[in-house]
Design a protein around this ligand. Sequence first.
Ligand code: ADP
Ligand code: ZN
Ligand code: ZN
Length: 673
Amino acid sequence: MAYCILNIALDTPLTSCFDYRWSCAAGEEPRVGQLALVSFGRREVVGLIVAVKHDTDVPADKLKDALAVRSQLSPLSPQWIALAAFAADYYQRPLGEVALPGLPKNLRVLTTVALDRALKKLAKSAPAHDHTPLDMPVLNGAQQEAADTIGGAQGFTPILLYGVTGSGKTEVYLQACAEVLAREEGGQILILVPEINLTPQLEGNIRARFPGVMLATLHSSLSEGERMLHWLAAHQGQARIILGTRLAILASLPHLKLIVIDEEHDPSYKQQEGLRYSARDLAVWRARQLGIPIVLGSATPSLESWHHAGSGRYRKLELRERAVKDAVLPRVKLLDMERDKPVDGITSHLMAALRQRLERGEQSLLFLNRRGYAPVICCESCGWISNCTRCTSFMVLHKPEHRLRCHHCSLELRIPRHCPTCGNVDLQPLGRGTQRVEEGLQQVFPQARILRIDADSTRLKGSAQAAFDTVHRGEVDILIGTQMVAKGHDFKKLTLVGILNPDTALFSQDYRASERLFAQLMQVAGRAGRAARTEGGSVSEVLIQTRYASHPLYSAVVNHDYDRFATDLLAERRQAALPPYLYQALLRAEAPELATAIGFLESARDALAFHGITLNDPIPMTMTRVHNVDRAQLLVESPSRPALQAFLKEWLALLRAMKSRVKWSLEVDPLDI
Ligand code: ADP
Ligand code: ZN
Ligand code: ZN
């Protein structure tokens, strides 16, 4: 029997490709892209065959045999392997750590028999073809032009679809999809959304529009079984539309012809642990590699994408008006909290506006990005406050649950009956979260149907969906929510949005905070006035409570002027030499003592000098301690991306060789610094 050598990528740190021997007749060698079962240490694991060879440097007595090759699964394509290899290289991780966790777990752990059974189940789950598709609405001129441009684009064409909230971007995507599906036999389309639980309308829309087309969804709340079926449907080409969150960018899509990224500015496209990749950036790379169009849609594009549109690298398409006839953008007003002092967090002006909506049977939304009852409790006699004992943060009061909770390490305590320091029984909540706003409003409007939607009220699976359904059915008068309510929802009966306390983000140390605040305000404001104004109905309004009414960010929001805001912000970034005019990487270290983490970063800083690279001094992270661990960071900067990449490669080799006991990680293109 002849044999060959399989070079196999495994999900292991540091080195990840290993040689194994495989006995087979000549001409029957396994193929690159197939999965193989091998023994590694004391475990049996599945790896990805990245090369098939006939010799190896591994001595014969050390060379192990591969245990099985998963031949029933068609190989992952060279393009897919190239994508994983690019991501591994760019984010400085071993190939196996990128390629394998992206595959469904069942594909990795199942026995051959079980895998066959899965595969059979998929063959049976073909979609029905007997529904008539829901009619496509007639697009307006700007939408039609956008859909035609996207649908007709050939070759690598990055397109920024910049459209105000409610301008009908979804319709544009769907009609462009229809064109691509009709033109490209077997062609696949990948649609990425920030959070699938918050956009169930889109999934329903796609199913209704394309009833004869198999849709696969890929996101983190699927069960392993579902994930496997959907992944396979994509991999084998049966699924022609794949709707997913950031992790779907690493799906195997052999016939990919179009990528759509909705709300492309959304921070959740960035994975914040492990392989810290940007799904948006990888998507653009993937589109270029395959020579296909990619659409980045947003009402408030990221400055990176705006910059590319400005320089002509991306094509910009604009939708300036709301799609529904006679629906107009809401009127935005600033309420000065210095003059109109809020009671229970709400100014008299906002209260009057709420009362008017209640009288007219219209819906209102109050936005406050802080869950819980109060961010902290304190003792007024001795000054004690509810700090978390494990983190640099407060224990948040959750009144309905009778608990204090740390939102960073999940520590939970019963609410103390008296001050732990002086025994005073009169502990006071400080500040205001969604629960407290709900309680206050219910007292003012006992008849009103008030619903709070935040991470606490929607813990159970399916409860968020149920809550949004009640809003859509009109069974809610006042909706109170965190950022969960800001995204995507098409609330038709909403004519008032009140924004309670956005000021804190204005003075954040993070230079991206204002970009984010602006996007968030525009997005939540965009929930109002999405239907045409009814006879005798209110003009839709957005009321922002602030102490800094003259801040330029707010004037831009009042004027719905993203162009101006983004252009000014880009000019500032250029002046201050910040991204996108500068490339960054962040080395983080954590240890029980801060000095240990800083010490490691100092040796890292001194390990390598490199032309064109700036290594800043290590500093503690803003939230220094989490769960009894201190964290520090070192920022690396360069005006040149290739220089940064070259530096990181050499530097990481040195850092690994230091074999420090400090836990560290590197992030390329960090968002939070
Ligand atoms: P966006 O994603 O840009 O915020 P949506 O895609 O949610 O906007 O569309 C907003 C609303 O406009 C939806 O209710 C949608 O059904 C409606 N709509 C979109 N296009 C049209 C059109 N051409 N004619 C009528 N209504 C439309
Ligand atoms: Zn006290
Ligand atoms: Zn904590």
